[in-house]
Design a protein around this ligand. Structure first.
Ligand code: G3I
Length: 331
């Protein structure tokens, strides 16, 4: 089984995982699979405000410093996630009012991005800013930073990140863009309009991240709308990344082969996105199947849903492993 990092690299594609830096230190099997299979790593939670900036005057860089060193030692690159999001916010931000919001946001971004200058190939500067149900202009989400600064929080965040690391590719990351549906068409349109506006204002956004949280029952809805969307992003000069790939298999109907259905969902999605020739990175949201089943939603059989990944526990090969390898070989 050729390591996925080598298959990907031979096509000029980065392949990797969202990782837990503390687990890389503590779990030898985890560390070995990460070292062997990936050439791009992202900390799953360690660069979110709640973890990296837990108090107004305290930053916690230890875990990410370790991860960046591990990546360097294993010929891997790292990417940052995420600087501006409505979740994983520390309580102290609640005391920040409109008068101080811009200073607090830019200081955080300059400090965090500046520390890893030249060592993060890209950053999810803004994550999940589009939520058409919130009824705000441009489909923007009614989030903390929106309420503090209005739509220009995006301009502020990308400018601060670019000042702190001009080499980093600055990315806009979002979910719900993958399966063709009236809802995702609406979201895709709002995302593209927002990105066009930023680019028109010379805001330094250079990539789009498709989180790619797939669902088992949606495989047949992965189709031409997604291809058009990726082409539109490419035609704007944006790099396109698959940033958080996994499959929610809670819709599994209990019949047939669960692993095969999951593998088919990965195949269908990766064949399409890699077929556009515009995708230059594929990251899965974790390294191997979750050890503890976690309830995503009540499943028909009442069983717990998993988010099966590309490898089984402890890095065991499974149908999805071979499927992803073949997709990378064909890219
Ligand atoms: O580490 C603390 C622990 O010390 C504490 O005891 C425990 C109970 O409060 O919380 C632990 O932190 C949890 C953290 O995951 C680490 O396990 C947080 O509560 C929990 O909210 C956090 O969930 C993460 C979630 O984002 C929110 O940040 C998930 O692991 C992570 O997979 C998920 O990832 C997001 C992406 O960042 C953005 N796209 C969607 C994706 C899935 O939701």
């Amino acid at each position: 089984f050729t390591p996925l990092r080598d298959l990907a690299a031979s096509k000029g594609i980065a392949f990797g995982f969202a990782v837990d830096p503390s687990r890389i230190r503590a779990d030898v099997a985890y560390r070995d699979v990460v070292a062997k299979q990936a050439n791009l790593l992202v900390p799953e939670n360690a660069l979110k405000w709640a973890e990296v900036h837990p108090d107004p005057d305290r930053y916690e860089f230890g875990p990410v410093d370790d991860l960046v060193a591990f990546a360097r030692d294993h010929g891997q690159r790292t990417r940052g996630h995420t600087l501006c999001w409505h979740r994983a916010m520390p309580d102290w931000l609640g005391q920040v009012g409109r008068d101080r919001a811009e200073a607090v946001l830019t200081a955080h971004i300059r400090t965090v991005v500046g520390r890893y200058r030249g060592r993060m190939m890209s950053w999810d500067v803004v994550n999940e800013a589009i939520e058409p149900n919130d009824g705000l202009g441009g489909g923007l989400r009614d989030s903390f930073w929106y309420r503090m600064l209005g739509p220009r929080y995006l301009d502020i965040a990308y400018a601060a990140a670019h000042d702190a690391d001009p080499q980093a590719v600055l990315c806009y990351n979002d979910y719900g863009l993958e399966a063709d549906s009236p809802w995702s068409e609406r979201k895709r349109g709002a995302v593209l309009d927002m990105l066009r506006g930023l680019r028109r204002r010379n805001v330094p956004v250079q990539a789009i991240g498709l989180q790619s949280h797939l669902r088992l029952g949606e495989a047949q809805r992965i189709g031409p709308g997604l291809t058009r969307f990726i082409h539109a992003a490419r035609d704007m000069g944006l790099a396109v990344y698959v940033t958080e790939l996994d499959v929610d298999d809670s819709a599994f109907d209990g019949r047939g082969d669960r692993d095969g259905a999951v593998a088919d969902t990965y195949k269908r999605y990766l064949d399409l996105v890699l077929g556009t020739g515009a995708v230059s990175a594929v990251l899965t949201w974790g390294v191997w199947d979750p050890d503890t089943p976690h309830r995503i939603g009540a499943t028909p059989q009442g069983a717990f849903a998993q988010r099966p990944l590309v490898f089984g526990r402890e890095g065991a090969l499974k149908p999805a492993s071979w499927v992803v390898a073949h997709c990378l070989e064909r890219a």
